[in-house]
Each structure stands twice: as C-alpha cells, then as structure tokens.
Design a protein around this ligand. Structure first.
Ligand code: ZN
Ligand code: ZN
Length: 378
C-alpha cells in the first residue's frame, strides 16, 4: 500500500490555511476529480476520495488538532473507524453551491459527544394559604413526602461501590456506534447503549432499600419566600427538588399556592372587596364600624349620615401588597340594607309611628320614581 499523503499536501494548502482557504481548495479539487466529470477513471476516483478525506479531517477543528499533533498515526486509529474513510456521495451541483458542508460536519458523530441528559419528572404540590399569611409572612415552610436520593446507597442504586460496574457493551460511553452500509457508502450511526440505557454503568447488586432505583420518598422541609402580591394559582419553583433520578438531573418542584377564601373579602388583584349590611337607622344617622383586618390593625369604616344602600366606601392603602413593592391596594366596601327577617309587635308599632316622617307620601310616588331614574342614569 502506498504511503498516505499529507492532508495539507493533498489539498495544496499551507498548515496555517484558514477555513475559507480549505473550503476553496477542496471545492476546486473535488470538482476537478468528480466521478461525473471523469467516468471510468480510477486515478481520478482515488484522488476524489483522497481530497474528501483530507477535507473531512481538516474542516473539523478537533480532528485537525489531532492530525496536526499526530499525523496519520493518531491514537485510537482512523477517526472514521476500523474500515477507514469510505468516501461520501457529493453532487457536482453541491460543490458549486456549498451544500456539501453539512455532509462533512456530521461525519464524526455530530461533532463531539452530545449528552442527551436524563432528567427526573417535575413534581407539583398544592399549598393552601390564607390571605393573612400572604399579607404577613415573607416565607412559608412546607413539609412533604418528596423524592430524594436514597440515603442507604447515596443515590447510586448499588449495594456497595464495588457493585457499580462499567458497562461492557459500550465501555462506559453510554453510546454504541453502528456502521450501516448504504450503497457504496458507510454511515456511522450513534445510539444509546441498549444494555445500560445510555448510562454507561451497570449495577451488579442493587441496593435493597431502593431496589436499585437510587431514590426514596422522604419527609422534607422546604422554606420558600412568597413574592409580593402573590395570587391564587401562583407556582413557585424549587430547582432540583423534584423527582430524583439515577445518573441524571433531578426534576423541579413546583408549589402551587391555593388561597383560602376569606371570611368576607373577595380579592381583585391588590384590592379587597366586601359588603357591609347596615340597618336603616344607621344609614340615616351614620355610624362607625370596626372589623379585624388582615394587617393586624382594626379596619375602621366611617359610614356618613344619609348613606344609601349600594353605595361604596373606599379605604385607601389597606388592601393587599402590589407586585414588586409598589404600595398596597384599597378596601372597597359596598353598603347593603339589612332588613330583619322577623319583627315583633312593638317593633311593628314603632315602624308605623315612623311612617309619616320617613315613608313616602302616597301622592309623591310618581315623582320619587322619576327622580330615582334620573339619579340612576347620571
Ligand atoms: Zn452500555
Ligand atoms: Zn438505595
């Protein structure tokens, strides 16, 4: 067998040739020796293959570095596997358009090792929380039965460290290379090792506590801060606290906040809304009502004299915190008329006494209806 020629010599470029120079040299030589242009010429065929091989190696930075250091005697043998370079099918047209580049870039198993990365499942937990807690606590602590590395085997899944062995099928690489012949060409296919599921390791004696899975459920305490203005359904993420997985990345844990309905407040973003039932005398005379509030200080509602049902009062800045520390929302109070379900005899006679002063005179009804409509429409 003839001595293998130097790749730079084959392409007719210097050792410091740039990528562009390599490409240009390859393109012109490949066109010159392309089989379509030189039918039944075994010398051209040989040159065409030689040029391809030189370009395949020199256009790949890793392979070029190796070649610069070791020449053709690279440790580990030919980068193209035991059968050496087999040539690739390049269209003459591709040599003009540049479509050949993808063929070469995929030649060495996709240009380096890509770790597909096993990852554990994400876990979703629901955490019930009160409005008061959202308002007052910066942090919550939850404890839950969560997946973690098995304490007995430290998450390795093996009984002892000696039980972890390098997979003999793939030699610990986790990947196997198959060579498939497609017509006159040999294609290299890289896939996960079937014997170790791409992990590169096998376990001789599995840990008896986790049965080789490397994970166990354990009661764990987690602290997390509640963002300002947190609302029902908000998901807080704890990276890596999800499902533990052998030889992989653990999943994430999501805590979904479920806000318990408050005894009287409804929530509209940072604003709190409530209804206040008052009797007729209180509306007429005005009153002051005091209620316990989520901020720990009493909420004092001043109802002015002559207040009407369905009117609203607003107390500024006593609602929930707004997002990103921009103050607080308001408390809106809707006034409602409280009508007792039952009245006794003495109350009935008191009300009858009140009729002449507070009731509507019968001949004023139409006027009153008209005035109400005008007010309502303004
Ligand atoms: Zn394997
Ligand atoms: Zn274990």
């Amino acid at each position: 067998m003839a001595e293998k020629r130097d790749y730079y010599e084959v392409l007719g470029v210097g050792k410091d040739a740039s990528d562009g120079e390599l490409k240009k040299a390859f393109r012109s030589l490949a066109r010159k020796y392309h089989p379509d242009k030189n039918p039944d010429d075994s010398d051209s065929e040989h040159m065409f293959k030689e040029v391809q091989e030189a370009y395949a190696v020199l256009s790949n930075p890793d392979q070029r570095r190796q070649y610069d250091m070791f020449g053709h005697d690279s440790p580990g043998g030919s980068p193209f596997g035991p059968s050496g370079f087999q040539g690739v099918n390049i269209n003459l047209d591709d040599l003009f358009s540049g479509g050949f580049e993808s063929i070469f870039s995929g030649m060495f198993g996709g240009g380096g090792r890509t770790n597909r990365g096993r990852r554990g499942s994400d876990v979703l937990l629901r955490h019930t929380i009160t409005l008061e807690e959202i308002y007052n606590e910066a942090e919550i602590e939850i404890s839950a039965n969560l997946s973690a590395a098995c304490g007995t085997c430290n998450g390795t899944g093996a009984k002892t460290a000696n039980d972890i062995q390098t997979c003999s099928t793939c030699g610990g690489e986790g990947r196997v290379v198959r060579q498939a012949r497609v017509g006159p060409f040999v294609q290299q296919m890289v896939s996960d090792c079937p014997d170790c599921n791409g992990q590169g390791k096998t376990i001789r004696n599995p840990c008896s506590d986790c049965r080789g899975s490397g994970s166990e459920k354990r009661e764990q305490k987690l602290r997390m801060s509640i963002p300002q203005g947190a609302e029902d359904g908000l998901r807080l993420r704890q990276r890596g606290k999800g499902e533990y997985i052998l030889n992989g990345q653990p999943g994430d844990l999501y805590i979904q906040l479920e806000v318990e309905p408050h005894a009287w407040f409804e929530r509209d973003g940072p604003d709190l809304i409530m209804a206040l039932p008052l009797g007729y005398p209180e509306m007429m005379l005005g009153t002051q009502v005091e209620l316990p509030h989520i901020d720990g200080k009493p909420l004092i509602i001043d109802v002015p004299a002559g207040a009407k049902p369905s009117e609203t009062l607003v107390i500024r800045g006593r609602g929930m915190p707004r997002r990103r520390g921009r103050g607080q929302g308001d408390v809106t109070i809707l006034l409602k008329l409280h009508v007792p379900e039952k009245i006794d005899k003495s109350m009935r006679s008191t009300l009858k006494d009140m009729l002449p002063s507070f009731g509507l005179p019968p001949n004023d009804v139409e006027d009153a209806v008209r005035r109400e409509a005008e007010d309502r429409r303004n």
